[in-house]
Design a protein around this ligand. Sequence first.
Ligand code: ZN
Ligand code: ZN
Length: 401
Amino acid sequence: MVMDGLGDRAVKELNWQTPLQAANRPNLNWFAEHGASGIVDIIGPGIRPGSDTAHLAILGYDPYLVYTGRGPFEAAGIGIVGNKGDVAFRCNFATVDEHLVVTDRRAGRIKEPDTAELAASLSGITIDGVQITVKEATEHRAVLLLRGEGLSAKVSDVDPHGDTKIHEAVPMDRDAKRTAKVVNAFVKRSYEVLNEHPVNQRRSKEGKPVANILLPRGAGIFPDIQPFEERYGMTAACVAGVSLIKGICRVCGLEVVEAKGATGGLDTDMLAKTRVALEQMESHDLVLMNVKASDIVSHDGNAQGKVKVVERLDEMAGLLREKLPENAVVAFVADHCTPIEVKDHSGDPVPLLIYCQGIVKDGNLTYDEGAAAKGGLGRIRGKDIMPILIDKAGRSEKFGS
Ligand code: ZN
Ligand code: ZN
């Protein structure tokens, strides 16, 4: 159970307690009393993880070896799982004038179904032997996938961000020349196709900004990741509301299971998610559950809100406590700290708690950052979590004879 951004620092408003310490959490504390805790440097001491690199580490992968940028995971999040070597871009539908000067970087915050229709009109194009796929994402965003021989992600952004005129994609090394050419040709083509598109003719009549160009940024090449099942000989599922987390899990070969009411927001139905996770345990060896709410309130700097989210997380723990199969191994962990005072991820270690039958209790009575630092699991790295869980489940291979 990954409680996103849960870890924190002592907060003045909470009488110098962390939100986790300030919250009423009888169930998490029960697991602490009957399990073992520790602290985890998800990537390494003092390294601030993104949720993407953090989840890779929690799944046992070395993010330094397999992480190639956010693009491919975002693409996978909306269902486009590329092959190794495919290049994915995050894109905006935008408005440009006839000189390709950007007049609205979000095309009036256009959204579905308009974006879906526009994306479909660009999908299936081939440029210089490279196959193009475009799919709409949330609001004015989309994903562009290039598939072909010898592509590279070392190309600069077309999206001018703060600038006015769109940029040319520039190759950042020799191998990226062809990719940059394809991207530039595609952007030009996107203008030709979208500028005349019936959706935009209609928007124009309605006085709305047209979405007459697609602006790629953040190129990333699909990594060579050994599928989870092949790596560990175990099947795995993921229950998450956030697209990026789903994407990471998909690229790692986990089955992404939708839970009704799982939104990735504060309004998410945590108990529904927990029930789906419990169901999935019948058909999968491992289930990874991510709850984003704790990270959202942290980015807002909302201490009281975070305390409330922890209390909802505790209800999830209560449901697990009640329904957990006898032989299950459960881990409660955060993917990184998002301290209220920082309003962003920090490099602090996160509290980990593992519970299973027969585990040696370490004497901790509570689950929080301070208690975990004194716990029996000591201080480990994120990528150590998976081998420990596999061993606790009695499924590790012996090293030597
Ligand atoms: Zn996160
Ligand atoms: Zn965050």
